[in-house]
Design a protein around this ligand. Structure first.
Ligand code: ADP
Ligand code: MG
Length: 534
């Protein structure tokens, strides 16, 4: 039988606990995540041993969280592999404290508290953020193991003695300090569990009630999930939101592990497109919902869950920024979103158009930011058009325009202001695109830089006017029916338009392929006359 022993925890620094409390305070809820994940780890370890050694352990594995208001304790109980006295000495007394030394060295005077937990998985010791005394009662699965009882009251000394625990597994008993009595309220504890442990793979119960979904949707394979299930899952994650525009189920084993379901939300006015909305998990343990590093900047609105088991549980922002795998995750997401856009565009134009109206800014931005993304989606970009189809791709537009204006795209950026021009174009059997979004100006320049022979010209552009000034009478185009194009257009417009106070000037363009039309209202005409006389 183990003799009661008392000893000193090896640490050079005087007292780690005030420091833990001081520095980790801002995110104290994570103590519960750490304790429950240790409990789940202990169960996984036992399951593995079970498999390997063929032990016949048929228990229901589970983690219980119990509150004892009278005693002022919160207890996390698991039926995992348990710890022997030696293991407690090794894993509890030493390991955490060895990193604590570094911890104090590196972070003396550091301001950002969240960074610290990121670098140092203090794990078990984070319980001292809320408790002034912690007890461990544990019985190892090993044959003839003796149950142990470890106590530490927030100083560098511990006590280790025999215990009467008769069931295999570990209990961590937190004697909450006076400021943290809120963790004696079931609702408060439940809230924290919902946040961090909602999708843990082992049954977690609080006061006898199961709190988690052990098989979240992303753990299933895409083939076996219905649309309705994806929507249901989304509603569970974001109860106040409208249904998403589309979703992508990720299930990647190679070259790294990445599972998840990401959703492109419907962007309402309340939706904040400047912050990240993805929930990051590590083996179904919630890690963070503020990890913009994980997705390409142009896809910031994406919502949903990513489970990246190869990333450490205690990730920090600075870690994410420097981790090569994070860049690869971004690339995967960018590639999968591109493929999804292509798939949607090809499947059904009618369904695609409203989706496109919501996503086009992001797609265009992505094309400008990433060559790979550009290459994948470039032929699927659709533009609102004055043509019969209402929407067209650029290749289709250019194909139709080939005869009249090869490689030239006419567009309007303000349908209202340029309405007359658009009507004229239509009357001439010419098609113009409507490029009136904020991003379109840049996007046009970008497209021109990408395709050297492509030219965009605004329907009312100065270029048209300048070209007209430099007209060359001698090369007047004559149509098949022997009428000059000029006469023809004049006829058309006189018939089609009855706009009072407008002077119609019709000229042939310098390149002789495109007829240009200038409409001047009376004031403009006089002004032009005046200035030309000066
Ligand atoms: P980490 O989980 O990163 O190893 P922790 O400080 O959380 O660090 O835990 C230290 C060690 O204590 C664990 O690796 C494990 O060996 C042991 N331990 C903690 N909690 C339990 C538990 N509930 N059951 C069995 N062993 C545990
Ligand atoms: Mg741990």
């Amino acid at each position: 039988k183990l003799q009661k022993e008392e000893g000193s925890i090896s640490i050079h620094t005087e007292n780690i606990f005030p420091i833990i409390k001081k520095w980790l305070y801002s995110d104290k809820d994570i103590f519960l995540r750490e304790l429950v994940s240790n409990a789940v780890d202990a169960i996984h370890k036992l399951q593995n041993i079970n498999l390997m050694e063929g032990l016949k352990l048929t228990d229901e594995y589970q983690v219980d969280i119990k509150i004892d208001k009278d005693a002022g304790t919160l207890t996390v109980i698991d039926n995992g592999l348990g710890m022997t006295a030696d293991e407690v000495r090794k894993y509890i007394n030493q390991v955490a404290f060895s990193s604590a030394e570094d911890f104090i060295e590196k972070f003396k005077g550091l301001e950002d508290k969240n960074e610290i937990i990121g670098h140092f998985g203090l794990g078990f010791y984070s319980s001292f953020m809320v408790a002034d005394k912690v007890e461990i009662r544990s019985l190892s699965y090993q044959q003839d193991a003796e149950a142990v009882h470890w106590t530490c009251a927030g100083t560098t000394s511990y006590e280790l003695e025999a215990s009467d625990k008769s069931e295999r597994g570990t209990e961590i008993i937190l004697h909450l300090n006076d400021e943290e009595k809120e963790f004696l309220e079931k609702d408060r504890v439940s809230e924290v569990l919902k946040k961090f442990c909602n999708f843990l793979p082992v049954s977690i119960s609080l006061e006898g009630e199961e709190v988690n979904d052990k098989n979240p949707l992303w753990t299933k394979s895409a083939g076996e999930v219905t649309d309705e299930e994806y929507l249901e899952f989304y509603r569970k994650l974001y109860p106040m939101s409208q249904d998403p525009l589309f979703w992508i189920h990720l299930n990647i084993d190679f070259p790294f592990n990445l599972k998840g379901i990401i959703y492109f939300p419907r962007l309402t006015n309340e939706f904040d497109v400047t912050k990240s909305h993805i929930k990051l998990f590590c083996n179904q343990v919630f890690v963070s919902d503020n990890t913009p590093e994980l997705i390409p900047e142009f896809l910031t609105p994406l919502q949903g869950c990513l489970d990246a088991p190869d990333l450490p549980l205690n990730v920090s922002r600075s870690y994410l920024q420097n981790e090569p795998q994070v860049r690869k995750i971004r690339e995967v997401i960018s590639g999968r979103v591109a493929s999804k856009v292509v798939e949607l565009a090809k499947k059904d134009r009618e369904i695609f158009v409203p989706i496109w109206e919501d996503i086009h800014t992001f797609v265009k931005y992505g094309m400008m930011r990433e060559d790979k993304f550009y290459d994948k989606v470039k032929d699927q970009v659709i533009y609102r058009s004055t043509g019969d189809e209402k929407y067209t791709t650029l290749p289709d537009y250019l194909e139709r325009a080939k005869e009249k204006h090869e490689n030239k795209v006419y567009y309007a950026n303000d349908e209202g202001v340029q309405a007359t021009y658009l009507k004229m174009f239509k009357a001439q059997g010419m098609e113009a695109l409507i490029l009136d979004a904020m991003i379109d100006n840049h996007f046009i320049q970008f497209l021109e830089s990408k395709n050297s022979d492509l030219k965009f010209e605004r329907v009312d552009s100065d270029v048209t006017e300048n070209l007209i000034e430099e007209k060359d009478e001698s090369k007047e185009i004559v149509d098949a029916d022997n009428k000059s194009r000029k006469d023809r257009i004049e006829e058309t417009f006189k018939a089609e338009l009855d706009i009072k106070g407008l002077t119609i000037r019709i000229e042939t363009l310098k390149d002789n392929t495109v007829p240009g039309v200038i409409l001047l209202n009376e004031q403009q005409r006089r002004f032009k006359e005046m200035t030309s006389m000066m």
